[in-house]
Structures are given as structure tokens and as C-alpha cells.
Design a protein around this ligand. Structure first.
Ligand code: PMP
Length: 437
């Protein structure tokens, strides 16, 4: 078992200078019993090394973007070249056209795109554009889907699908929360009720078409089709938040995934992107139907801008990352590794009598400490957080790095080897055995 005295010392120091010691709350260990998070200093392929020189196999993968492993040579070279050419111009570049074309080829609903700097910005802007286009103000979203930290999407469900939202964070005004209606994922009746109640005011229905934020959760058959149909009938736009799902399961996004054969029936008006498309550098993008995107300045009245947007470093890293991902067999390999790992975890948990429900979609999966299926946020909340916290620490002590949250997925990369998978299976077997005791 590894020891982490230097991480503990750095955490104590970080607490004096950085609020909470971390630059994103999901990095704190608050949800797994507190204490010092691990301070990493070096990463290569599927591995991390911390400041105490412990090695870890990484399944956090920076919450999704690191799909080719850390410091992939093709991406590193692209970033190095971009850095040597000047990192920021404030003018258009040809690189931006290249990445925009690649995104459009992979995701045909994108007639036009715009690059921004984060998933939060991308989502925030799709809402503004939808409001500008429809001249309506309300948004319907689904409980447990995370859409970044802008005011409008930090809103939780009111007391039912036909009620207005309540702020999910201090600092979000009640007046803003009242612009949002939250319904359960996979609940078309709830959506119907919300649209019947507020339909004429609804600018958009926003959803993670394949959920990545309360586990990996597929929509039930017909859910996206019904969502798109009802939303259009109400005169509102469909916004897909594909910040996690784009390029995660195949070279394309949820809206072009093989599980949904009738693509036309699930095509959104607007899509928000981020994470993988920046190859590990900061990025976001949004895009969609031409008529809708033409709302955006300088063509239209909806304003959105960015000093750093489309910077050559992020764009170059994104292009390089997609070039790696478009190689044949890349996703099948991650799929096979994840299948082997998930099956072994399930068998090991079953053997030790520990309830575990795994939702796997290709090279990613979530492992929930419960014996019921996970199809919506209520079911994901109703899992054993203490068992997860225990498992998380037992794995960390054996050099397996997971996200410190029971809702977060395990991500495979193109860099994980059969040995990494075998070592992880062995560590999990130890962890489940210890938990039983
Ligand atoms: N949407 C989804 C689906 C996400 O998972 C995230 C980040 N986890 C965001 C939006 C926000 O992206 P960012 O952290 O880049 O602002």
C-alpha cells in the first residue's frame, strides 16, 4: 500500500492559498470521507506518478478528455509545434477550419460551429442561442445531468415535473431558477407534463443524450425519439450536451451512435461539445442547424465572444487527438478492455457478496454499489456511498486512480494495456475481499 506524506503536506499548503485546496470541487475528497487528494506530478500513457513517487493506473482520465492516454506523442508534437508558432493570435487561423470540418464530418447535425474554451461556455451559449431563435425564455432539463456551472443549469428539480426549479447553488437567483424546469431522465410522461404546462414559454429541452454524470446511462428505447418529437411540437429546440459523449464511444457522438438507428428521429438543433475535442487542452464548441446558428454574432443578435477561443494550441491538440481516434480498431480495443475489466469486477463483487451494478457503454462504465438498475438520477443517488468511498480508498492505496465520486465513470484510453487491466482486476479483488471483512 502506498503512502502519500508529500501530498498531505502540499494539501495543507494549498488550503492556505487556493480555496478548498483545489481548482474544481470534484477534485476534493469530500465525497469519499475527506482528507488530502493525491497531488500528481507526472503522467504518461495510462499512468500517473504522484509527488511521493507512487505510480497509479488512471481511470479518471481528467474526467473524460484524456482518451489517448497522457502525453500521447502525436498530440504532444502538435502542441509543441503550436507553442513554437505563437500560442494566441486574436485572428482567425486555418487550423480552426480543419477542426470545424472534422467535427462536421463526424456529427452531421452541425451545419456551423463556434469554438469556445470550456463545456460550461458551450452549454451556456446554446441556451442563449435557443432563446434568441425562439424568443422564449424557459429551459427544460433532466435531473442529474450536469451541464457546467453557469447559473441556468445549476438548478434542481422543484417538487414535481410541472413545477419550476430551485437554485442548486448559492448565488443563483430564484428568478433564474424559475426559468428552468427539471424532469427525471427517461421520463417522457414528465416531459409531456412540463411541456403541457409551460410549452409556449419553453425555448429548449436540454439533455445529455447518453448520460455521463450520474453514471453511464443509456436512454431507454424511444426516449430521445419521443423527446425530440414532443419538443418540436411545442415549438422548442432540442439541445444535446455531448461534452462527455462526443468521441467517447465511437468516432462520432451519441447522436450518431449505432444504438440509435433512426438518426433523423433523434437529431438535435444544437449540440454542445468539449473535453475530447481539445485533446487535453481547454476547449468547448457548440454548433447546429444553420438557421439557428445564424443567431450568433457577428451574423445575428445573440452575442458570444472569447479572447482565447479557437487558440492554435487547443485546436492543434484537438485535431491531433481526433487523428488518433480515427485510426481503425481504436474504439474496439477500448471496448474489449472495458468489457474484460467490467466483467471481472462484477464477478469479483458477486463472489464477495457485494452488490454492484455496472453500466458499460463501450470503453467507459460506471460501477454503482447497489443491486438495482440505474436509469435515472434517483436510482443513482440511492446507492451505497460509504461502500464506494471504502472501495475508492482501497483502490487508491493499491495504485488505481478513480474519480472520488460514486457517480463518475471509469474511462479507458488507447494507452491502457492488458497488464494494466489485469493489475486493476487483482486490486479490485483485494478491495472487495477487504470490504467483506
Ligand atoms: N456538460 C457535461 C455533460 C459535462 O460532463 C461537463 C463537465 N463534466 C460540462 C458540461 C462542463 O464542462 P467544463 O468542465 O469544460 O466547463
Amino acid at each position: 500500500n502506498n503512502h502519500r506524506p508529500r501530498s498531505e503536506a502540499l494539501y495543507a499548503e494549498a488550503l492556505q492559498h487556493i480555496v478548498g485546496g483545489v481548482n474544481s470541487p470534484s477534485r476534493s475528497f469530500k465525497a469519499v470521507g475527506g482528507g488530502a487528494p493525491v497531488f500528481m506530478k507526472h503522467a504518461q500513457g495510462a499512468h500517473f506518478w504522484d509527488v511521493d513517487d507512487n505510480r497509479y493506473i488512471d481511470y479518471l482520465c481528467a474526467y473524460g478528455p484524456i482518451i489517448t492516454g497522457h502525453a500521447h506523442p502525436h498530440i504532444t508534437e502538435a502542441i509543441t509545434t503550436a507553442a513554437a508558432n505563437g500560442t494566441l493570435y486574436g485572428t482567425p487561423t486555418e487550423l480552426e477550419i480543419t477542426l470545424a470540418r472534422m467535427l462536421k464530418e463526424a456529427i452531421p447535425s452541425l451545419d456551423k460551429v463556434r469554438f469556445v474554451n470550456s463545456g460550461t461556455e458551450a452549454v451556456m451559449t446554446t441556451i442563449r442561442v435557443a432563446r434568441a431563435y425562439t424568443k422564449r425564455s424557459k429551459i427544460i432539463k433532466f435531473a442529474g445531468c450536469y451541464h457546467g456551472h453557469s447559473d441556468l443549469v445549476l438548478v434542481a428539480a422543484g417538487s414535481g415535473p410541472s413545477t419550476l426549479g430551485i437554485p442548486d447553488s448559492a448565488g443563483v437567483p430564484v428568478s433564474i431558477a424559475s426559468e428552468v424546469i427539471t424532469v427525471p431522465f427517461n421520463d417522457l410522461d414528465g416531459l409531456r407534463t412540463a411541456l403541457d404546462t409551460f410549452g409556449d414559454d419553453v425555448a429548449a429541452v436540454m439533455v445529455e443524450p447518453i448520460v455521463g454524470n450520474f453514471g453511464m446511462v443509456m436512454p431507454e428505447p424511444g426516449f430521445l425519439e419521443g423527446l425530440c418529437k414532443m419538443t418540436r411540437e411545442a415549438g422548442a429546440l432540442v439541445i444535446y450536451d455531448e461534452v462527455i459523449s462526443a468521441f467517447r464511444f465511437h468516432y462520432g457522438s451519441a447522436q450518431t451512435y449505432a444504438a440509435f438507428p433512426d438518426r433523423a428521429a433523434i437529431e438535435p438543433d444544437l449540440t454542445a461539445l468539449g473535453k475530447i475535442i481539445g485533446g487535453g487542452l481547454p476547449i468547448g464548441a457548440y454548433g447546429g442547424r444553420k438557421a439557428v446558428m445564424e443567431q450568433v454574432a457577428p451574423l445575428g443578435p445573440a452575442y458570444q465572444a472569447g479572447t482565447m477561443a479557437g487558440n492554435p494550441a487547443s485546436i492543434s491538440a484537438g485535431i491531433a487527438c481526433l487523428e488518433v481516434l480515427m485510426q481503425p480498431g481504436v474504439y474496439d480495443r477500448m471496448d474489449a478492455q472495458a468489457a474484460r475489466l467490467a466483467e471481472a469486477l462484477q464477478a469479483s463483487a458477486d463472489k464477495h457478496g457485494i452488490p454492484l451494478t455496472i453500466n458499460r457503454i463501450r470503453g467507459s462504465f460506471s460501477a454503482h454499489f447497489c443491486s438495482h438498475p440505474i436509469t435515472n438520477y434517483d436510482e443513482a443517488q440511492d446507492t451505497d456511498g460509504e461502500a464506494f468511498a471504502q472501495f475508492f480508498r482501497l483502490m487508491l492505496d493499491q495504485g488505481i486512480c478513480l474519480a472520488p465520486s460514486k457517480y463518475e465513470a471509469w474511462f479507458l484510453t488507447t494507452a491502457h494495456t492488458d497488464e494494466d487491466i489485469a493489475a486493476t482486476i487483482a486490486a479490485a479483488e483485494n478491495a472487495f475481499a477487504a470490504m467483506k471483512r
